[in-house]
Design a binder for this molecule. Structure first.
Ligand SMILES: O=C(O)C(=O)C[C@]1(C(=O)O)C=C[C@@H](O)C=C1
Length: 177
């Protein structure tokens, strides 16, 4: 190898696969918030599924997609996957907490005042990231790039198996065409 060869450090590898990291980072952050959502609901009579809230999110992102010049159906599909991924993680946490009471959360975050506003901030950032990656997401290389970016995000956030499953569930609608 030439003397100027750059070693394949993680940073170097990430810079060779630019672009979709913004999207997968936000996916990972949203999935980590599933822990707080689940902690807010576990042991209460509030079910994991809240179809009214889901409808609000999906209607909101469809309207904002139009304003950003994005395809509202494509954007809705991405967010539907984020919600499904979030529920997958929440269900996994419930099962874990049922089986291992000592792992149950010791605090109950406020869903409406704390957790949903955090999810809403990710929604706004994700819409921007989808706008900025529109061209990249239409390319044939999108799938491989997306899987590489997701792997780095999983590694960077030290996601456990359950959250990696969630991250995989979050991916299918990202690449268009
Ligand atoms: O806000 C909630 O109650 C959540 O559980 C989070 C979330 C989401 O991913 O945005 C997931 C499941 C619910 O059906 C609604 C929304």
């Amino acid at each position: 190898a030439p003397a100027t060869a750059v070693p394949p450090t993680p940073a170097r590898a990430a810079s060779l696969a630019p672009g979709l990291g913004s999207v997968t980072e936000l996916f990972a952050e949203r999935l980590l918030l599933a822990d707080k959502v689940a902690a807010a609901k576990y042991g209460t009579d509030k079910p994991i599924d809240d179809p009214v809230r889901e409808r609000q999110i999906l209607d909101d992102v469809a309207a904002r997609a139009v304003g950003l010049g994005l395809n509202p159906d494509a954007v809705t599909a991405v967010f539907r996957d984020q919600i499904e991924a979030n529920k997958l993680v929440q269900r996994g946490l419930y099962a874990r907490w049922d089986a291992h009471p000592e792992e149950r959360p010791t605090e109950r975050p406020d869903l409406v005042k704390e957790v949903r506003p955090a999810l809403d901030r990710i929604t706004t950032a994700l819409l921007t990231a989808l706008r900025e990656t529109e061209g990249l997401r239409a390319r044939p290389s999108c799938g491989p790039r997306l899987r590489m970016a997701a792997a780095w995000s999983a590694y960077g956030h030290r996601l456990d198996t359950l959250h990696v499953e969630g991250l995989v569930r979050a991916l299918p609608s990202v690449c268009e065409g």
